[in-house]
Each structure stands twice: as C-alpha cells, then as structure tokens.
Design a binder for this molecule. Sequence first.
Ligand SMILES: Nc1ncnc2c1ncn2[C@@H]1O[C@H](COP(=O)(O)OP(=O)(O)OP(=O)(O)O)[C@@H](O)[C@H]1O
Length: 179
Amino acid sequence: MASLSCFRTLALGACNMFHKGSRPLVLCGPSGSGKSTLLKKLFEEFPDTFGYSVSHTTRSPRPGEEDGKHYHFTTKDKMQKQIEQDEFLETATFSGNMYGTSKRAVEEVQKAGKICVLDVEVQGVKQIKQSSLDPLYIFIKAPSIEELEKRLRARKTETEDALQRRLSIARLEIEYELF
Ligand SMILES: Nc1ncnc2c1ncn2[C@@H]1O[C@H](COP(=O)(O)OP(=O)(O)OP(=O)(O)O)[C@@H](O)[C@H]1O
C-alpha cells in the first residue's frame, strides 16, 4: 500500500523533526480514508514508539471488548461530571452515546515513554486546537467520495443508514475542507 510508507515516513519524520518530549500525533480524515488501517500497521511495526490513547464511551461494551483496553466504559453522569471538571481534551456524541479523550489517557501513553496517537473526528480536532495539547496533525486525504463508498461497503461494518450518514459527513468534510 503506497500510502502506508508515506504515512510511516511522515509520522516518524514529523516526530524526529519537532519532537521534544513526546508531542502527540492527531490523525484525522473522512470515514473510510484508512485511518484505522494505517494505525494498525504503525502500531504493529513500531510497538515501542507509538501508543494509542484509550477513549471513554457511555455505550455498552461489545462482546470481546475489555474495559481499560478497548475503551474506558463509563456512564453519562460520570462522564458529564468529568467534562465539567475539565478532564477531557475532546468529546463527541454519536448515536446517543458520548465519546471522548481524557487528558489522563494521553498522559498514560506518555508516561510509558511513547508518542501518543489520537484518531479523532473533525469536531474533536476543533476542540483539541483550543486545548493545550499542541499536537502534530496528520490529515488522511480521501481519493474520492466514490472510493470511500466502495471501501465502506466492502468493510461491511455499517447498516445502510449508518453508511449514508458517514458518507454525507465525509462529503461535507471534503467539500468544505473542514480539516
Ligand atoms: N489505501 C487503501 N486502499 C484501499 N482500501 C483501503 C485503503 N485503506 C483502507 N482501506 C480499506 O477501506 C476500509 C476503510 O478503512 P478504515 O477502516 O481504516 O477507515 P477509517 O478512516 O478508520 O474509517 P472510520 O473513520 O469509519 O473508522 C477498510 O475496509 C480498509 O481495509
């Protein structure tokens, strides 16, 4: 995959050039652009260099998902309180569930001596830009909306409704260059 070597070079190069301490990387791009695919390969290839921050969510765990590993599973009340206490870098609501990245989740990766990588939606990017995190941003560009649709259909993870929702958000993100 050509884009993987570009991404690898960019991620490592950016960290070598700018990195003092452990400056996080924020990865963003439309649904289907390949963020998870690239991250999976990056973590496989450099397990000691990069670490993923564990997000919070108020949705129920799916079979096989472990608390603290895949997500920090929490309640709306608890998460709301933590947001009020300024413990989150970014939060979003999707399909009635809250999601977010806590400051502590990033610090835990940094304490382990790794560069923290965050995979966030456009709303999250806007919030992170207002925070003190000061990360490096990597935008994964989509080849075309048609290609995104083809990839998301082939991934077979979405219902038709969810797929259409993702595509209309992607279309707006691309048209208005929201990133
Ligand atoms: N460069 C590529 N060329 C072709 N197919 C790809 C490429 N990158 C990823 N894919 C495929 O496209 C689908 C979407 O990729 P992926 O899940 O990584 O996207 P994503 O950006 O993380 O999406 P989301 O934001 O919805 O989680 C996957 O089935 C993946 O195998």
